[in-house]
Design a protein around this ligand. Structure first.
Ligand code: ADP
Ligand code: MG
Length: 140
């Protein structure tokens, strides 16, 4: 295994319910280090660009509306096997299918309002981290 970085986003359903600290505790308890973090209000253009891979999906418009409905917390996470580790910690996209103890099982409201984003590959992690952070903002 190698030390990797992955992008996490704490989504508007979670910031609205004041869950940033509880989610960060799950992340840190899993052995991942939060090496960059900022709370931002995404613009529509930023949200559309971030989810461009999903633009043909039926839920794209609603997903963008949701992601700009309140603040998000964008984070770079670092640790052994960080991309896959964080996907495990997050749980399945649909919280109804998420394992016990995962963030989505504990906190998600629905398949859309599912509390967190995590990169799905090391390649996408690098692209997504650079979408939100300058190298100088990441302190390992
Ligand atoms: P994940 O976030 O688990 O990688 P996807 O990349 O497939 O999942 O989808 C991106 C996001 O789009 C999901 O996290 C969720 O917020 C939303 N989404 C996915 N599938 C649906 C759906 N069927 N209906 C509404 N929103 C969805
Ligand atoms: Mg995804």
């Amino acid at each position: 295994m190698a030390v990797e970085r992955t992008l996490s986003i704490i989504k508007p359903d979670a910031t609205r319910r004041n869950l940033t600290g509880k989610i960060n505790a799950v992340i840190e308890d899993a052995g991942l280090r939060i090496v960059a973090q900022k709370r931002v209000a995404l613009t529509r253009a930023q949200a559309e660009g971030f989810y461009a891979v999903h633009k043909e999906r039926s839920f794209f418009g609603e997903l963008v509306d949701f992601m700009i409905s309140g603040p998000v917390v964008v984070q770079a996470l670092e640790g052994e096997n960080a991309v896959a580790t964080y996907r495990e910690v997050m749980g399945a996209t649909n919280p109804a299918n998420a394992d016990e103890g995962t963030i989505r099982k504990q906190f998600a409201e629905s398949i859309e309002a599912n509390s967190v984003h995590g990169s799905d590959s090391l390649e996408n992690a690098a692209i997504e981290i650079s979408y939100f952070f300058a190298q100088t903002e990441i302190v390992g």
